[in-house]
Design a binder for this molecule. Sequence first.
Ligand code: HEM
Length: 120
Amino acid sequence: MTTDYDRIGGGAAVGTVVEEFYRRLTADDEVSHYFKDVSLPVLKRHQALMITSILGGPDRYDGRALDEAHAPLNISHADYDRVGSHLMACLVDAGVPRDIRDRVGTALGQARASIVTLQS
Ligand code: HEM
């Protein structure tokens, strides 16, 4: 079966998207402060593994649960929306087809409750 992961070009494509995603997050004054004391190589690796599994590629995610990783960060809905928009824009710019982007968007929506802890 051809997965979304295969269709977009596998690990190389995911790696390109993840690099660009964190380039944009660390350049965005609204959210860059979240990432300044974080090991970006570790985060990129975990994010790539998570996106790989969302796309139907090998499920090798070995990071923390999303609620555990994000709870100390006090993330608002606005921050969540901003980060989600960056990811979706990276997928558009990488040429990822719409049907696949829609499935990623659904997965992101399901993650919102695990990530947002600041109700304002
Ligand atoms: C849109 C959905 C999101 C997904 C799927 C996601 C995914 C992840 C993953 C897989 C990790 C790695 C966990 C680990 O290394 O154990 C992580 C960590 C992190 N995320 Fe997210 N994230 C999302 C939204 C956000 C938002 C909105 C922010 C900030 C505004 C954020 C900031 C961070 C930070 C700073 C870390 C590193 C935490 C640490 O190492 O202590 N994430 N995220």
